[in-house]
Structures are given as structure tokens and as C-alpha cells.
Design a protein around this ligand. Structure first.
Ligand SMILES: [Zn+2]
Length: 305
């Protein structure tokens, strides 16, 4: 090790002297609550800011215990982005270990995008927290991210602004692409029934009828009352299929599908991106993957038709 330092030391020193100030990263250290909004933050921050994520890809944002690396990152953090609207109930564990004056920004609560109410479950009537699932909702997050980063690292304001504008343009194009991909699904098949009400904003954006077994994941999962309510709805409306999400337990929807004799499709990605070998490694691919799942499952005529 020591030999390596001796060997490379002069070269490293030369590189450090040679690299102009323009390429220096800001000292700002940002921690983001989960993988989906971390992708949006990283796209605005670029290489100018160090970004850590608490809940990694493939893990459920609603249920998390802080790991030692999480704690270390939070101790170094200058700023925390999270979703808010009760999406991350474990945030109280974060608040317990950070300084009282650490800025913590709730993107969904600050975003200029209308909240939809949860329509079932224990939190009925509360704002549904999964606002990022509509590209326009994600774009509203991007505005808050850019403004906040600029406030904390004003020297990089132009770069944040430019990247935010590019990202919003890309989200706009993604919105049109998803709309077109789902456009061929007949009106009678435009039904999206999932475990958790995480796709409400997506369904609203693309004109799908929507229902879910429960509102948000941290309430009691799959209670007898919730199961019976959904069974009655399925018996009455007979949607073409049911869907499950990548981070929710599949057993409840599996039982519903067998009971109602309907196909079960998925996974849809909502509360987490996929790992590197999965189909949803960043925000745009997450929405594209979901659209493909819906297109494959709902796109044609129903089997009995
Ligand atoms: Zn969720």
C-alpha cells in the first residue's frame, strides 16, 4: 500500500495541480430517501454534488431500517430529500440521529402538482404520496430539487438549471411516449388493479380506472375487510387482469386472482427502481417497463371475447 502511494503520489499530485477549478465538485453532500427520487436528484445534481440513497433499488421504501452506511451518510449530509406525505414512516429514525437544523425537503409536499386522495384503507382521504408516478408529477419534483440545490450550492446554479430544463423536456417526451404506447388499449380494458394505491397518479395521467387492495403499504396489509371489498369489486367489474408490484408481498393479489379466476401480471415498479440487472434501472425505464406490462396484458381483446 505504502509502495503504491509512493509510486503514484507524484502523478496524483500532478493531476490535482493540473485539474482546473471548473471541474471541482461542490462540497455539498446530499442524502435521498429512496432510489426513484434519487435518480431525479442525480440527474439535476450531475457530478457537481455527492448523492447518497438510503433505501436502495429493489427494496420497499415504506419499510426500512437504517443501515450503518446510511447512518454514516446522514452524519455527513448537508441536505436530505425525501418524498413526504407519510411515504417514509421510518423518517422518524432519521430525525432521531441528525442535527435539528439539517435541511430536510419533502418533494411531494413542496411540488406544485395536485395531490390525489387515497380512496381506500385506513388512510382514506389523506393525500396519496406516490406523486412521482406521473411524469408531470416528477417534473414538479425536479423544480423543487433544482431550487433547493441552487439555494445550497449557488455557484452551480446555471448547471442545475440547465440539467433540470433538459430533464423536464425528457419527462415531457416520456409522457407522450407512454401515452402513445397505452393508447391502443381499448376503453373496456383500461383497468389497473394493484396491491397498493401506488399507481393512482399513473392511472389518472393515462385514463385508467384504478383500484387497489390497500392505500399505503405501512398500514395493515391485506386485512379481511380489504380482501372482501376487493373481491366484491372484482366480481362486479371483472377487469381483464390484476397486477402486483415489485416491492409488495405478492400473496394477497395471488389469492385475489385465484378466487376471482383472473390472470395476475407484473411486477410493476413503483416504490423502487430495479437493480442493475432488472428492467427499471432509472425513472424513464421504470415507466416504460410498466407501460409494456400493461400493453402486453391489456392491449388485446379479452380471451373470452
Ligand atoms: Zn408505495
Amino acid at each position: 500500500m505504502r509502495n503504491n502511494v509512493m509510486k503514484w503520489g507524484p502523478l496524483l499530485l500532478a493531476l490535482m495541480i493540473a485539474s482546473p477549478l471548473a471541474s471541482a465538485q461542490s462540497s455539498l453532500q446530499v442524502v435521498v430517501s429512496f432510489s426513484v427520487i434519487a435518480d431525479l436528484v442525480k440527474r439535476v445534481a450531475g457530478d457537481d454534488v455527492s448523492v447518497d440513497v438510503i433505501v436502495p433499488p429493489d427494496e420497499d421504501v415504506h419499510r426500512w431500517e437504517l443501515t450503518p452506511p446510511n447512518v454514516l451518510a446522514l452524519e455527513e449530509a448537508d441536505l436530505v430529500f425525501y418524498n413526504g406525505l407519510q411515504l417514509e414512516p421510518w423518517l422518524r429514525d432519521v430525525q432521531a440521529i441528525v442535527e435539528d437544523d439539517l435541511p430536510m425537503v419533502a418533494l411531494a409536499e413542496k411540488a406544485d402538482y395536485p395531490a390525489l386522495p387515497l380512496t381506500s384503507g385506513r388512510y382514506q382521504g389523506y393525500a396519496n404520496p406516490h406523486m412521482w408516478m406521473a411524469p408531470e408529477g416528477a417534473a414538479a419534483y425536479v423544480d423543487v430539487i433544482a431550487d433547493t440545490l441552487t439555494e445550497h450550492a449557488p455557484d452551480y446554479a446555471d448547471a442545475f438549471d440547465q440539467r433540470a430544463a433538459d430533464l423536464k423536456q425528457a419527462l415531457d417526451e416520456l409522457d407522450a411516449e407512454i401515452d402513445e404506447r397505452l393508447g391502443g388499449i381499448p376503453q373496456t380494458n383500461r383497468s389497473l388493479v394493484t396491491s397498493e394505491a401506488g399507481l393512482a397518479y399513473f392511472a389518472d395521467a393515462y385514463a385508467f380506472e384504478y383500484d387497489a387492495l390497500w392505500g399505503v403499504n405501512h398500514e395493515t396489509l391485506g386485512t379481511a375487510t380489504a380482501m372482501a371489498r376487493l373481491q366484491a369489486m372484482l366480481a362486479e367489474k371483472r377487469p381483464p387482469a390484476l397486477f402486483f408490484e415489485s416491492t409488495t408481498p405478492k400473496i394477497h393479489m395471488d389469492a385475489q386472482a385465484r378466487y376471482a379466476d383472473l390472470p395476475l401480471a407484473g411486477p410493476l415498479y413503483v416504490d423502487a427502481l430495479s437493480g442493475d440487472d432488472g428492467p427499471a434501472t432509472h425513472y424513464a425505464d421504470m415507466l416504460r417497463h410498466n407501460a409494456e406490462q400493461l400493453h402486453a396484458t391489456l392491449g388485446g381483446a379479452r380471451e373470452e371475447d
